[in-house]
Design a protein around this ligand. Sequence first.
Ligand SMILES: [Zn+2]
Length: 335
Amino acid sequence: MKAAVFDGQDISIKEVPIPRLEDSQVLIQIKASGICGTDIAIAKGDLPTPTPIILGHEFAGEVIEVGKKINSNWEGKHVTSEINSNIDFSCYYCQRNIFSQCLSRKALGIDINGSFAEYIVVEPYMLHEIPRKISYKEATFIEPLAAAYQTFEMMPLADEDKIIAIYGLGKLGLLLAQVALVKGLDVIAVDGSDKKLSMAEKYGAKQLINRFEVENISDEIKGSTDNLGADIVVDTTGNPEALIDIVASCKTRGKIHIKSTHGLRTPINLTDIVVREITVYSSRCGPFDKAIEGLSSGDIKVKSLVSKMYDLEKIREAFAAYDEDPDFIKAVIII
Ligand SMILES: [Zn+2]
């Protein structure tokens, strides 16, 4: 099969064997796979992985073969898959139903081969059927949308939580803005792209801040919140400067939520967090069922988040597009 293989330096299209189907796995023919910030961070060397590796974990496809030990009727179904494979169902976290933190887990496209390829094998507990009304292209948003929902699973909203400031309007930020609006929050959107800001405005964001047009983002946020700061501030940028500023934008006893996983370190102002009793949250993989319901119901709209589609052979162009075009949101690789 054709696959985009990262060798630690570069990504290139190679002919590799179709992965061997074990008795307890299913074989998926991949139809579409999105590029995530994590893929970009790995390709840039910011997030180390074993190599050579096939990157990619936001994908959808059709089950074309099931292993001998699988009874359920997955064959022919349109599916997407969770990222965490090799779950042992017995460790400390599994016993508490926190399978995404299983001590044995291996993440697709990070620890083991992922989805920038024609085929992938996964275990059936990772699978979610996609309703036929959701296209393969849209279904590549289920994994990141689940991560957006997980923000509020890990950080329950209190009655006084009314205003959320979202730093970064990439794919995750724009999904998160929609989820926050469905939850009734007022959204302050921060980005350097007027195009992305206008998308957030169309969804219903109340305040738009172009970071290149203001002297100080946190001053702008305080200016519209009685000088208090936002109740919740989320970072989706992974940009060290943004991570410093989110503390200043957060109200005393407010909530900060870190969603970016770019592998970078940052000098965040911990003293300010302590003195003003700010709670810091983080979250990653989330509930796929909620994401599928959000797409099915029309609460969450993703079609306009696809900046461009690429054939697998053009994947290097797709990776480069994120750096070249500040308005770029998401590339979907069609396979
Ligand atoms: Zn486990």
